[in-house]
Design a protein around this ligand. Structure first.
Ligand code: NI
Length: 254
């Protein structure tokens, strides 16, 4: 069994956990999970994740608007996020970012909401958790300009893009996609990342690693990701788990 499993990106508020959420979350520490950041995608889900963080000692929460969840945006959304972020177990602003795969037409609104949330994170001295889907250039430009601390999660870019992200001091989150057979870029990125910038994550309930691809994911499957990264880098999965746990605790000040 592995220990030091820090899941830096989960969505335990998701309805796919409705049936067995409490029994699953009660069992994760026994599977070696040391901490989880459960990320909001709008105000309601952020509140739900804060409730989970109040209930389970090892769970922490991130609050914010995901680019695909802007339909419930109110005029006061920044004030709403600011007040949620005052909770002692909120350790980041996230999941925030850009998604041009599903929502190209709302690009200008996405950019404005992302910018406002990064500025809030900077004001509160909190890190950001960034979603980037087919929006690498705009993400890079806004991160270069506003210089938040944080992580680009479920990194899907090239090794060149990874180097640009590293240059501005951010972490890179690796999850189930590293284990997919056709995932050339994530494997290359896993190879070149400096040790002190690696975070592990699930993005659960999605992105389950091989051999569970397509099934519901949870934090107990992170060792499959750690084993794949260890194979690529020629080290032990225990080392990858330990390093990622240490890095996440540094970034999220846990
Ligand atoms: Ni996510």
């Amino acid at each position: 069994m592995y220990n030091n499993i820090f899941d830096s990106h989960a969505h335990y508020d998701d309805e796919k956990f409705d049936e067995d959420r409490d029994s699953l979350l009660a069992s994760l520490p026994d599977s070696g999970i040391s901490a989880v950041i459960s990320c909001g995608v709008d105000i309601e889900s952020s509140k739900f994740n804060i409730e989970l963080a109040e209930k389970y000692e090892y769970i922490y929460s991130a609050v914010g608007f995901h680019p695909l969840n802007l339909e419930s945006l109110s005029p006061n959304y920044i004030d709403d996020i600011r007040s949620l972020a005052a909770h002692p177990k909120v350790v980041a602003i996230g999941e925030i970012g850009l998604d041009y795969h599903y929502e190209k037409e709302s690009r200008l609104l996405q950019l404005e909401v992302l910018r406002n949330q990064i500025l809030l994170a900077n004001e509160l001295s909190l890190p950001v958790i960034i979603h980037d889907r087919e929006s690498h250039v705009d993400i890079l430009n806004i991160l270069k300009e506003l210089k938040p601390r944080g992580v680009v999660h479920c990194f899907s870019g090239s090794p060149e893009m990874a180097k640009d992200i590293l240059k501005i001091g951010m972490y890179i989150g690796l999850g189930g996609s590293v284990t997919f057979k056709n995932a050339v870029k994530p494997k290359e990125v896993a190879k070149i990342l400096p040790e002190d910038k690696i975070l592990l994550e699930t993005d659960c309930p999605y992105m389950a690693p091989i051999p569970f691809r397509g099934q519901r994911n949870d934090s107990s499957l992170i060792p499959y990701v750690a084993e794949e990264i260890a194979t690529i880098r020629g080290c032990n999965a225990e080392d990858i788990l330990k390093i990622s746990d240490k890095n996440a605790r540094t970034l999220f000040a846990i």
